[in-house]
Design a protein around this ligand. Structure first.
Ligand code: HEC
Length: 110
């Protein structure tokens, strides 16, 4: 019984890891095709993925709010980054990818 439980736990971890990596890969694709134009270099006040501090401040609203702003548009940012073909899941994946890139960036690097 104990062994069986351990096995179930181990496979659950495998599933979780497998589920998160394709999400980031999908987010990267969406980012590169739609969001990078503004968010790579911080065009027009867009938070750059190289600027961890900016993202930390924005993250205080919670990830769900950031995703909602990306879907609806926010300030100078067009809804879905101007690509109406993107699904909610694709936009969410792109936001998560940007957050993970920003958190890995050196503080203050342009
Ligand atoms: C045309 C330029 C442009 C494109 C393309 C673009 N953004 Fe933005 N984005 C902006 C600007 C400008 C802001 C800052 C808006 C503000 O805070 O006033 C922003 C802000 C954001 C924020 C932070 C919102 C908040 O509440 O602080 C998120 C998340 C975001 N964009 C996600 C995305 C995603 C995901 C994509 C691609 C699907 C994308 N953006 C494409 C210009 C762009």
């Amino acid at each position: 019984m104990q062994n069986k439980l351990a096995l179930v736990r181990a496979s659950a971890v495998v599933v979780l890891v497998a589920a998160s990596s394709p999400g980031l890969a999908q987010g990267r694709n969406v980012f590169e095709q739609t969001c990078a134009a503004c968010h790579l270099g911080g065009v027009g006040g867009a938070p750059s993925i190289h600027d961890r501090q900016t993202w930390r401040v924005r993250l205080r609203q919670g990830e769900a709010v950031l995703v909602q702003h990306a879907l609806d548009g926010h300030g100078a940012m067009p809804p879905r980054g101007g690509n109406a073909m993107l699904s909610d899941a694709q936009v969410r994946a792109a936001v998560r990818y940007m957050i993970s890139r920003a958190m890995a960036a050196q503080r203050g690097t342009p």
